[in-house]
Design a protein around this ligand. Structure first.
Ligand code: AHM
Ligand code: MG
Length: 346
C-alpha cells in the first residue's frame, strides 16, 4: 500500500499512528535546542519517566495489595509516612542512582541530601509522593521534581542545590489519578504528557501549554484564615464579593489539598493557588526546593506568575536549607497581579 493509502486506512479506523512519546520528544528537543549536548539530561529524563511509571503502577494497585496505610516511620519533617511514601521514595532513589547521571538527590522523605557514587553531573530535588494524606480517599497525588546541573567545579555537595530556582534546567510533576499526567519544562515552555498504560509510554497530549491570563478561581486552605495577615484576609474577602467583571458573581473556591492536583487544575483552567505563611509560625507549609520552585518554573513557563507573600519572585529565593519553606501564590498572571495589589508597601 502507498503512504497515502495507509493514511486513509488509519483515518478510517480512527487510529493515530504517528504519536509523540516522551522519549521521542526528549530526543527531538535535544537535537533542536542543544545538538552538541552530551545527552546526559535526556538520559536522566528517561530514568525519571521510569520512576513515574513504577510509582503510577504501585498507586494503581495500592488498594489491592494493601499498601494503603501508615508505615510506622517518620520522615524528615516529622510526618508519619505512608507505606506508599516509603515505596515512592525508594523507587525514586533507585531510579536516580542507576541512571548514573545524578550525583545529588534531595527528597522530602530524607533528612539529608544523598550523594551518589559515580560521575553524574545533575542534582535532583523531589517530593516523591506529594499530597499523600489524600491517598486513602483516592484523591490524585503526584511526584514533583526540579533539576540543577552541578556547578562546574563541583563533585556533588549541598551547594549544588542551595541555589536560586532560576538556575534549574528542568522541572515538573507527574500526577497519578485515573491516568498519570506529566507536565514538563526544560526552560522552553511547558508540555503535557499522558501515560498510555497499554503502550507503557507517556504520550504528548498538551504541547506548549499556556495558562489563561485570568480565571475567577481561588485555591487555598481557608481553615487557616484565622492566622492570615489582614491583607490576605482582605484579598480573599474581596474575591467573595460580587465581581463587576463577572456580572455580579463572586470567585469560585476550589481546594483539593493535594498541591499537584490543585496546580494541575490551575494550569489548565487558570486561577490562583496559595499556601500563605501564617502569622503564628511566620512560615508557609510548602518546601522551596521540591514544591515551590518546580511549580513556579512550570507556571512561569506557561505564562503565569509565582510570588511569595511579599510579592517577590519565587524563583529568586536563595534557600538556606534543603527543607526550607515559603509562603507561595501562583497561577494566572492577571490573578497574581491582583493579589499583589493588596500587599502593603514596605
Ligand atoms: P506533603 O508534602 O506532606 O504531602 O504536604 C504538602 C501538601 C500539598 O500537596 C498541599 O498543597 C498541602 O500539603 C495541603 O496542606 P493542608 O492540608 O494544610 O491544606
Ligand atoms: Mg509529601
Amino acid at each position: 500500500m502507498t503512504e497515502a493509502a495507509n493514511d486513509t486506512v488509519s483515518k478510517q479506523m480512527d487510529v493515530e499512528t504517528d504519536i509523540i512519546t516522551l522519549t521521542r520528544f526528549i530526543l527531538q528537543e535535544q537535537q533542536k535546542t542543544a545538538p552538541n549536548a552530551t545527552g546526559e539530561l535526556s538520559l536522566l529524563l528517561n530514568s525519571l519517566q521510569f520512576a513515574f511509571k513504577f510509582i503510577a503502577h504501585n498507586i494503581r494497585r495500592a488498594e489491592l495489595v494493601n499498601l494503603i496505610g501508615v508505615s510506622g516511620t517518620a520522615n524528615s519533617t516529622g510526618d508519619v509516612q505512608k507505606k506508599l511514601d516509603v515505596i515512592g521514595d525508594e523507587i525514586f532513589i533507585n531510579a536516580m542512582k542507576s541512571s548514573n547521571n545524578v550525583k545529588v538527590l534531595v527528597s522530602e522523605e530524607q533528612e539529608d541530601l544523598i550523594i551518589f557514587e559515580g560521575g553524574g553531573r545533575y542534582a535532583v530535588c523531589t517530593d516523591p509522593i506529594d499530597g499523600s494524606s489524600n491517598i486513602d480517599a483516592g484523591v490524585s497525588v503526584g511526584t514533583i521534581f526540579g533539576i540543577y546541573r552541578l556547578r562546574d567545579d563541583s563533585n556533588g555537595s549541598i551547594n549544588d542545590v542551595l541555589r536560586k530556582g532560576t538556575e534549574m534546567v528542568a522541572a515538573g510533576y507527574t500526577m497519578y489519578g485515573a491516568s498519570a499526567h506529566l507536565m514538563l519544562t526544560t526552560g522552553t515552555g511547558v508540555n503535557g504528557f499522558t501515560l498510555d498504560t497499554n503502550l507503557g509510554e507517556f504520550i504528548l497530549t498538551q504541547p506548549d501549554l499556556k495558562i489563561p491570563e485570568h480565571r475567577a478561581i481561588y485555591s487555598v486552605n481557608e481553615g487557616n484564615s484565622y492566622y492570615w495577615p489582614d491583607y490576605v484576609k482582605n484579598y480573599i474577602a474581596d474575591l467573595k464579593k460580587p465581581q463587576d467583571s463577572l456580572k455580579g458573581k463572586p470567585y469560585s473556591a476550589r481546594y483539593i489539598g493535594s498541591m499537584v492536583a490543585d496546580i494541575h487544575r490551575t494550569l489548565l483552567y487558570g486561577g490562583i493557588f496559595s499556601y500563605p505563611a501564617d502569622t503564628k509560625s511566620k512560615n508557609g507549609k510548602l518546601r522551596i526546593l521540591y514544591e515551590c520552585f518546580p511549580m513556579a518554573m512550570l507556571l512561569e513557563q506557561a505564562g503565569g506568575r509565582a510570588v511569595t507573600d511579599k510579592g517577590e519572585r519565587i524563583l529568586d529565593i536563595l534557600p538556606k536549607g534543603i527543607h526550607d519553606k515559603s509562603g507561595i501564590w501562583l497561577g494566572s498572571k492577571g490573578e497574581v497581579d491582583r493579589f499583589e495589589s493588596y500587599i502593603p508597601k514596605a
